[in-house]
Design a protein around this ligand. Sequence first.
Ligand SMILES: [Zn+2]
Ligand SMILES: [Zn+2]
Length: 266
Amino acid sequence: MYYDYHIHTNFSEDSRMNIGQACMQAIEKNIVEIAVTDHLDIDYPDRDFEFTLDYAAYSTALDRARKEFDGRLNIVKGLEIGLQPHILDECTAFLKDKDFQFVIASVHAVSGMDLYGEDFHREKNKQSSYTEYLQELLACIKEFKSFNVVGHIDLIRRYGNYSDRTMKCSDFGDLLDLIFMELIATGRGLEINTSGFRYNLDSTLPDFDLLKRYRELGGEILTIGSDAHTTYHLGEFFPYAHQLAKKAGFKYLTRFPAGKPEFIRI
Ligand SMILES: [Zn+2]
Ligand SMILES: [Zn+2]
């Protein structure tokens, strides 16, 4: 039985999967609960994309799917919200009158630049680009707290042309500890995002070293998400992710069926 807590339907500009297709495929793949987490990325730097969210239409579509798949698949109304230091008040304002059960906070852009373009990586090495990314993430989550887990915490590893794209806690002083402690102290957590395998990383985001450290510091909130934008990727590498979580010391995964964390034994 699997819980896929990171899925994009065609309410995200970069996905064509409709909610019905996602639900049917999830059931096929032995997934009992999905959190649909479409994008809201306010002031996203790459103007080719507009990651806005038509909340009313989205909410209606999810409510309809809930009824249609009732008893076969549980559907959680979620959001992946992109954080940047200058838009945090707008993020808070957006969430104020919405009824999301689950919110992923992600940093997709740093210092006003998207991470996959060349601009961000220019005149940086691996250490400096990874550090700048982590520092901005820390600044954002200290100020903005209306979310449940950080999405793909080491997303920066997907980008940049480095032969070694690993991230080890020991390479960044106490920066990762500060991020983990901030999350733990405020009842928030991490996800294991299995999309890393689709980006030639040969690992999940994050990988073992970060997960183990988060657990050592007392981290308990942990979801698993495929970040699927197509039905093919739903629930992908979940058996692997379960084993990895266990190896890192977790006995439970977290679900948010009604907005509050509930724990499922792995
Ligand atoms: Zn993301
Ligand atoms: Zn995503």
